[in-house]
Design a protein around this ligand. Structure first.
Ligand code: 5AD
Ligand code: SF4
Length: 445
């Protein structure tokens, strides 16, 4: 067996892509190693979402090159979202041996075989159809409890700040029957949770091919897919992300309400609280619409956990726009948020049309204001849970206090409790006795 060392950057979809890559390369005789020093092939599965993500990868490429200096036979490959954007730069100066974009992973074995000194391999062709639906991912062992399943690839939104449509191509939905099969296999292998992944799960729509004898004429939307996966077993939890505020339907919310194993959590990226910014970002909703959807979520799925993403300092953002974001955070009260400063991405609509004119120190100050407000609101939400009884799926020992167990409640809040009886994959009932800003301190009941 040859040895593959792989580092993964970016989102959950990239983690799942690395699992697909592992599966494809394992058939070509590679097994995974966690030691770079014993690898025959070193891969970085990369992210382009913000400049600092790319900078980090360039730092790692320098480290890989040192390894290659020591062992010239080792191959270095850059795969994923940076591949397309940086193919020229990466291949210039023979920094790496191969570059493969997110839709080229099936070709990795032949690409690896074709590399010879001075002949780097490159394939960054994007596809309209590739979903890797027949490939059983070789799960990276995160906790053995929760498995990622990609249900679609690419993105058809055109958010003006975002590089993803360029790096991952057009949106396509995966055959639901292969998704259900993969979820069943994960459950049979001991996983207790599946996390259905897509850039915009609400636009999932699969139509049976016309020549399909079994499912001719059938179409499946996201609510129907959720229903099918939830039906596998009440013991299998279902999560999903990411939801797009203008596309999430009442049908999805009612499906969540009807199945207690569909977790009560929606990741609901708002990006800004200002209508002017939302329009400039080419988001397809305004503040009022967003708040109405939040109200609808809370009406149909009571106790639903809500998390979000936000960008501070987008092009032309005024103090008033920024205050609109703060007031929206105050009004909604998210449990948690991923908060970023705007980072201009070459080639995007915003880079072409708008000036990146908010000074860095202003971006940082606004981001810090959002973070401070969110920390306060998040902590309030956690404290509100004191006294509640919750069902938690055990993930394993707590990182900070290994004699305790940890796991998530349905609403995605992290729980920690003293326990010497249960193990990863068990469901336990706990009562919340105290809370830190991002953890519920519990006891078994
Ligand atoms: N700059 C900063 N943050 C960005 N995001 C996407 N593109 C950019 C960018 N150019 C954020 C959005 C998105 C999350 C995954 O990353 O908030 O929801
Ligand atoms: Fe994921 Fe976007 Fe980063 Fe690609 S660019 S890895 S899709 S976050």
């Amino acid at each position: 067996m040859k040895k593959l060392y792989i580092e993964t950057y970016g989102c959950q979809m990239n983690v799942n892509d690395s699992e697909v890559i592992l599966s494809i390369l394992s058939k070509a005789g590679y097994e995974r190693t966690e030691e770079m020093s014993e690898a025959d092939l070193i891969l970085a599965n990369t992210c382009s979402i913000r400049e600092n993500a790319e900078q980090r990868v360039f730092g790692r490429i320098d480290v890989f090159r040192l390894e290659k200096k020591k062992r010239p036979e080792v191959l270095i490959g850059i795969v994923g979202c940076m591949a397309e954007r940086l193919k020229d730069k990466l291949l210039d100066g023979r920094i790496v041996d191969l570059v493969a974009g997110p839709d080229s992973y099936r070709r990795l074995p032949e690409m690896v075989a074709a590399v010879n000194p001075g002949n780097p391999q490159i394939d960054v062709q994007l596809s309209r159809t590739e979903t890797y639906d027949d490939i059983a991912p070789l799960r990276l062992d995160r906790n053995g409890v929760s498995a990622y399943i990609s249900i679609m690839r690419g993105c058809n939104n055109c958010c003006s700040y975002c590089v993803v449509p360029y790096t991952r191509g057009a949106e396509r939905s995966r055959d639901p029957y292969t998704i259900v099969r993969e979820a069943e296999e994960a459950f049979a292998a001991g996983y207790k949770e599946v996390n259905l992944l897509g850039q915009n799960v609400d636009s999932y729509l699969w139509k049976a091919p016309e020549d399909c004898p079994e499912h001719c004429g059938e179409s499946v939307n996201f609510a129907q897919l959720l229903e099918k996966v939830a039906a596998i077993s009440p013991q299998l939890r279902v999560r999903f992300s990411t939801s797009y505020p203008s596309d999430i339907t009442d049908e999805v919310l009612y499906t969540m309400a009807a199945h207690s194993n569909i977790c009560r959590h929606i990741h609901f990226p708002v990006q800004s609280g200002s209508d002017a910014m939302l329009e400039k970002m080419r988001r397809k909703y305004d503040r009022k619409w967003y708040l109405e959807r939040v109200a609808r979520i809370r009406e149909i799925v009571p106790d639903c956990g809500l998390t979000t993403d936000v960008i501070a300092g987008f092009c032309g953002e005024s103090e008033e726009d920024h205050r609109d974001t703060l007031s929206l955070f105050e009004e909604v009260g998210f449990d948690a948020a991923f908060m970023f400063q705007y980072s201009e991405r070459p080639g995007t609509l915003a880079a072409r049309k708008f000036e990146d004119d908010v000074p860095p120190e202003v971006k940082t100050r606004r981001l810090n204001e959002i973070i401070a407000l969110q920390n306060r609101k998040g902590a309030e939400n956690y404290r509100k849970m004191i006294g509640r009884r919750l069902e938690v799926l055990v993930e394993g020992p707590s990182k900070k206090t290994p004699e305790d167990l940890c796991g998530r409640a349905s609403n995605y809040m992290m729980c920690v409790w003293p326990d010497s009886v249960h193990k990863a994959g068990d469901y336990v009932q706990v009562e919340v006795v105290d809370a830190t800003p991002a953890t519920l301190l519990c006891r078994l009941v």
